[in-house]
Design a binder for this molecule. Sequence first.
Ligand SMILES: Nc1ncnc2c1ncn2[C@@H]1O[C@H](COP(=O)(O)OP(=O)(O)OP(=O)(O)O)[C@@H](O)[C@H]1O
Length: 269
Amino acid sequence: MNQSPPVSAVRIAGLQQTFVVDGVSRHVLDGIDLEIRTGETVCVVGHSGTGKSTLLRCVAGLHRPSGGEVAVAGRAVAGPPEGLAVVFQDYGRSLMPWLRIRENVTLPLRRTLSRQDRNARATEALAAVGLEGVERLYPWQVSGGMQQRVAIARALAYRPQVLLMDEPFASVDAQTRSDLEDLVVRIAAESGLTLMVVTHDIDEAVYLGNRVVVLAGKPARIAADLEVDLPSGRDQLTTKADPEFLRLRGEVMSLIRRETASIAERVSA
Ligand SMILES: Nc1ncnc2c1ncn2[C@@H]1O[C@H](COP(=O)(O)OP(=O)(O)OP(=O)(O)O)[C@@H](O)[C@H]1O
């Protein structure tokens, strides 16, 4: 049988991004080529200010690239693409405090689904993130970790094919962070979602990812694109003690350290 090759969920080719602020131009991304296969989780790490969020925002259609191409599910991105959802770090700003949790989750579905279908989706998505029974509360009546679960539920209720997460767990405590990481691992395995996660945390990147992409340089390029060859049933204790986890973690860390050292050299020169 003649099968056509699967379309990449995300395809980035020759991406350039330059910002001009007060007449001063800053070249942030230089020729980024990246392909994310359907169902894959790709984590993007790099030094602070390297351009990780800029890359994610180009995929989300929130920045217009200065050059190159971005396509989601085979379609060129010219604005927020259909079938794509984003979870940002700051749940405090992404949830509407005057809406109950159920209404926050159903908000993006108002134009497309009946009230009954929206509510069914919300119930299902809130259950998927372990948040039953809080539908009628307001976001400020639940903990920070629960608010971030609501933000994830809202993204899931939309049933995206591609989910982008920008430092999604940076604002929660360490225990909540590992719970949310496990939640994402489970959702990715069960739903077949394609995930792109931007994170500062190297352990998190290796734990969540099928691949870890390291951005480095000014302007930034892809310094490494590493396959994570760890068993899929990941677990905070056994996976993080696996020799392959420790090897990859060390490799990513040394790439980022090398970048930090070269920044320090440039500053002192
Ligand atoms: N809209 C914008 N206008 C001008 N400059 C911008 C804009 N967005 C980002 N930048 C600049 O681009 C560079 C990369 O920013 P970006 O937020 O993508 O980095 P990052 O790697 O995500 O950083 P961090 O890890 O600290 O969040 C920074 O120098 C930032 O000031």
